[in-house]
Design a protein around this ligand. Sequence first.
Ligand code: EPS
Length: 390
Amino acid sequence: MTMKRFRFLTSGESHGKCLNAIIEGVPAGIRIKEDIINSDLARRQIGYGRGGRMLIEKDTVEIKSGIRFGKTTGAPICLEIKNKDFSNWEEVMSTIGYEYPTEEMLRKIEERRFTKARPGHADYAGSQKYNLEDLRDVLERSSARKTAIEVAVGSVAKQILKEFGIIGFSHVVQIGNVKLDFYPKTYTLIKEKAEKSDVMCADEITADRMRNAIDLAAEEGDTLGGKFEVIFGNLPIGLGSYVHWDQCLDGRIAQAVMSIPAIKAVEVGAGVDAAFLKGSQMHDEIFVNKNKEIYRQTNNAGGIEGGMTNGETLIVKGTMKPIPTMRKSLATVDLKDKTPANAHFERSDVCAVPACSVVAEARVAIILLDEFLTKVGGDSLVEMKAHYGI
Ligand code: EPS
């Protein structure tokens, strides 16, 4: 994605040594707390229905550069998360070629090699694109494991946005066919209740039904997808633009959320339900109070009109498909000899919708910060605050 001010790259494999990110474009003088990053990483790891890997990992970030005495210096920031599981994969994920591999090493590498492509995963297309015979080489980078370091980057973005009063959260609104129908009345309540739930659902009865659906899918060796919502408030008017297609904020957010592994749809505000509404039902009428302040009574637009924030709360929804790695394996082809086979299974999550919702929150924060830095400008927090008038 073309970023304007806030850029980052990540590297790392699912079972490699570590995940890394280098972030550029962060103004100086901003306090970044490692423990806040770690609590976001922990949020990504919780979730009823996650697999065995989450019992091995306790993701913690190491800030390697760009921050001194707790504050940004304006230099690129390097973050690292070590994969605890690497200790079980050292030979298999070695970055150096073995000149004299032992039989034991060869056995381990062969054990982890696979050629039975999982339908729905990157395996088949990835093997053809990069000419890779061992699908392990596709799995390792295509795995959603890399979203851990993205959540760390998003946590940095959220800490910067918070300096300007911009805050956000996410919650789960559907798992399988169990939907959240009764929303608590305020965003504060939704956030508080969702934070306490291991399925990130703001209603306890719905959360119970979600857990039951996950248990059932687990028994059947199956997986479940769902839907989540990302909410950001206190945004200034005019982030994004209508002047060019690649500057539309909803377009940028859609790309950022759609590219999370397993996402099949992104909606803003009323989203796909807009098709059922008449214009008079859809559009949020504009009113003015006696202090000459503009207000709305509805927010079907989800905080974006004409590709720009309009001063209302930003509401983004994402739909996640069920994870394609499953015990009840699907029909596939063994790419080694083109014979029919059952798809590869190692271990997997039954449901990762809560985790995905935390990842989407991070991705949205990254786009919002990029637009915010572009709009406000400045090389230090002091300069930015002066520009912003706070
Ligand atoms: C993930 C780690 C992975 C998977 C999951 C995401 O761990 P492992 O492959 O060692 O079991 O649990 O990956 C996928 C869902 C996927 O489709 O690749 C993580 O840290 O989130």
